[in-house]
Design a protein around this ligand. Structure first.
Ligand code: DLL
Length: 449
């Protein structure tokens, strides 16, 4: 660890060496760790041994990083089929933590961590918080949910590891969150961008000015969000907001994060994870700069290593060094999940693209949903959004000419920007349900009676 010395260096306190290695040195380290991981899973996990044998590849065949492409992919269904612990590569006596998905779509996906895994993860998140502008000595308000979800505890251990004071508020009870922010005076804040918006909304309702808190930086992620949403959050709270990415299957938050200096792509913790972008349909590896599905291979995990895990998230990779001084590969913001891509009259649309258009209208709140209905043999897409209380108080009724003009204008803007016509419904304030964690952007009513 290096002493804090001015804002620039504060971002580099943790493991500066790993974040600024030359490409050659990083790749040599990655190869060594990949070879170890591949042997580790082949010797210990039947699933991986069978998958490798089926693909005709043995651990000793991995001689260069290019050989990674010979290894079989892992998918979410593999976790479900091996529920709960069959993919663990260590005995249960060596597992100190279990996380998983909530299992709303069937069996939850379960992941495990050894003591060393938790140590690595904590260090990775500490590094991520520094990257976002955090420093030892900060008070940090963590509004990610604590539980099986990795957000709460993942951030928490990193905050402590960095030497900051963690306020483990979790999600929900928004008025209390606001009191604690006012009383404890945190510099750092984390949560899903949609929940942070709810905090802002509640502060305004309470007659408080969200720009007047002690907060200086926010670490937001766990769901797709747009540049426009960042602009709104930064302006509303008078902070710097950075995007943090991760997933429980690969580790949790901290797999990558933006730096506060550039806010231009998320630095991947490359000493722990190898990233690839593949064509979501063919699985073919795509070159840097091309958009496709993110795939991760863990390089240091003991309990739950992943080999070429298909995340389902759409992004691209950028190898250019960053102005912050880090040399690590950067991934773009996540455009959306492969499963969340809407095909509206033959055009591919992600909810974040609709978000970008809606958030440019100050008459609307940042709340929105895309509702899909079955209409005969066709799908009908409706975009639901909400008027701000200020606009609604002046133009209460839906026949109001200003509201009608607004609807027309937004439909035009969506058509111009995305090339599709949608049905737009503008709802009164507070019509769209608020969430404490991940926002629900798509409501699919097609299979409902
Ligand atoms: O969401 C881990 C996390 C917690 C990340 C806190 C960041 C902050 P899961 O619940 O397993 O883990 O969900 C992982 O969420 O595959 C993406 O689809 C989505 N996701 C996560 N971060 C981002 C982000 C956590 N920054 C899934 N932008 C991932 C867009 C994100 N989507």
């Amino acid at each position: 660890m290096q002493e804090e010395n001015g804002e620039g260096e504060a971002t580099m306190i943790f493991n500066q060496e790993m974040e600024t290695l030359s490409r050659d040195k990083m790749q040599a380290l990655q190869l060594e760790r990949l070879q170890k991981t591949v042997k580790w899973v082949y010797d210990r996990v039947e699933f991986h041994r069978n998958a490798f044998d089926k693909a005709g590849v043995k651990p000793e065949d991995i001689r260069t990083l290019d050989d990674l492409a010979r290894l079989p992919f892992m998918k979410k269904t593999d976790l479900r089929e091996n529920y709960p612990f069959n993919l663990f590569a260590v005995e249960m006596k060596d597992v100190v933590r279990i996380h998983g998905s909530s299992g709303t779509k069937g069996k939850p996906t379960v992941v495990g961590y050894t003591k060393q895994d938790i140590e690595n993860w904590s260090e990775m998140v500490a590094r991520a918080i520094c990257c976002a502008g955090g420093r030892p000595g900060d008070v940090f308000h963590n509004a990610y949910g604590y539980g099986l979800f990795t957000g709460g505890l993942g951030l928490h251990y990193g905050i402590e590891y960095m030497g900051a004071a963690a306020v483990p508020v979790s999600g929900g009870n928004t008025p209390r969150q606001i009191t604690l922010i006012q009383d404890f005076k945190p510099r750092g804040l984390s949560g899903t961008p949609s929940y942070i918006l709810n905090i802002v909304e509640e502060m305004k309702k309470m007659g408080l000015d969200p720009r007047e808190t002690s907060l200086e930086y926010g670490i937001f992620g766990a769901e797709p969000w747009s540049e426009e949403m960042r602009d709104q959050l930064e302006a509303a709270l008078n902070i710097k907001a950075v995007d943090i990415y991760g997933l429980s299957e690969v580790m949790g938050p901290g797999v990558s994060i933006e730096c506060h200096e550039a806010q231009d792509g998320l630095h991947i913790a490359e000493d722990h994870f190898l990233a690839e972008i593949v064509d979501p349909n063919t699985g073919e590896v795509l070159p840097y700069g091309e958009e496709g599905e993110l795939v991760f291979t863990s390089l240091t995990k003991e309990a739950f290593p992943v080999i070429r895990y298909r995340t389902g998230d759409i992004a691209s990779l950028n190898p250019a060094p960053c102005k912050c001084g880090r040399t690590t590969l950067r991934m773009s913001r996540i455009k959306g999940r492969v499963d969340d891509m809407l095909i509206i009259r033959g055009v591919n649309v992600f909810p974040t693209e609709i978000e970008s258009v809606l958030l440019s209208y100050e008459q609307l709140t940042p709340q929105y949903q895309v509702v899909i209905e079955r209409e005969g043999a066709l799908d009908r897409f409706e975009v639901h959004c909400e008027l701000t209380p200020e606009f609604a108080s002046q133009h209460a009724n839906s026949d109001d000419p200003a509201t009608k003009a607004l609807v027309k204008d937004i439909c035009h803007a969506i058509k111009n920007s995305l090339g599709v016509s949608v049905v737009l419904r503008i709802l009164p304030p507070n019509s769209i349900a608020r969430t404490e964690g991940k926002a629900i952007r798509i409501v699919d009513n097609r299979n409902k009676a």
